[in-house]
Design a protein around this ligand. Sequence first.
Ligand SMILES: NC(=O)c1ccc[n+]([C@@H]2O[C@H](COP(=O)([O-])OP(=O)(O)OC[C@H]3O[C@@H](n4cnc5c(N)ncnc54)[C@H](OP(=O)(O)O)[C@@H]3O)[C@@H](O)[C@H]2O)c1
Length: 315
Amino acid sequence: MSLVIASQMEESFNAELRGHALAPTVISAPEERPWEAAQDADVLLVRPAPAWGRIKQSERPQRWPGRLRWVCSVSVGVDFYPPWLLDAPLVTCGRGVASDEIADYAIAAIYLHSKNLEAVRARTPAQWKQAPLERVTGSTLGILGLGAIGSAVARRALALGLRVTAARRRELPAPIAGVELYRDLHEVIASADHLLLSLPATAATHRLIDAPALASARPHLHLINVARGSVLDQQALLAALDAGRLAFATLDVTEPEPLPLDHPLWSHERVRLTPHVSSNYTVVRHRLLDKIAANLTRFARGEPPTDIVDTAAGY
Ligand SMILES: NC(=O)c1ccc[n+]([C@@H]2O[C@H](COP(=O)([O-])OP(=O)(O)OC[C@H]3O[C@@H](n4cnc5c(N)ncnc54)[C@H](OP(=O)(O)O)[C@@H]3O)[C@@H](O)[C@H]2O)c1
């Protein structure tokens, strides 16, 4: 019998899935009630659609997970979804699909902050004057969350001559030679000139970067958040920036998204906001399709797919 996939992806993506060697039947899962299509499917392919925000607090459907055998999230983070959605025989995520793009964004943020060429751009003889630029080589990048994204940034940073310190959740060695791993995130923050937040949004990381954590920062620290707005206490960030305990923040993610019109982060002179775009690149879609196709093959053979979510840990 053919595998039935209920998909929240657009029709052109679904059409490509139908071209898989397994010739799966791909049906469309309605945005507001995707679990209804899942009653007739083996696999539910979910994306972080805006509707999940409305569904998130919803009650577990009576027949969940029904015949479903696999919930496949195209996003890495599974924090968008109601907790019951993750109570399925198998849950996977899109880990690694956009790590290179996000790592390039983080490195761009580091250079933009340290070597701001626009700020020293000379258009007239009067602007032909000396101005200090900061160092990148020899500076320290602290990374909180050394997974697919953190590792992709670490590899680049080490190659560029930065020292890299990091913390992860599990007591495992650093996956990359040359990264100095600390158990205590305060030590990572204290060591850093640039601090990357690349942690998942879980119960354990909710507002993990709060006022006491930011108190460990050196005054010239540049904080980069590509994770989720919820891992950072935004009020504590503003207070630290205004008190001179932190120099600058590059934020690709906020809580909520977008921020309310009158939120001070929009116009703060030492904050650069980008609209959750760090992963944007057209190749990402092809990588996602390749990952799902490879996992469908494994699944059909009875082998475990890659990037299984530890639903108890939340990532
Ligand atoms: N801005 C964007 O467009 C965008 C795109 C993709 C993802 N994201 C966000 O980025 C997050 C990370 O993505 P990823 O692909 O790197 O995920 P990942 O490969 O699962 O890595 C997550 C890392 O965070 C660490 N971690 C988890 N809980 C922690 C805790 N309480 N304290 C310290 N470290 C902790 C994990 O530690 P272990 O290594 O010990 O497990 C792991 O190193 C995602 O969950 C998502 O929220 C944002």
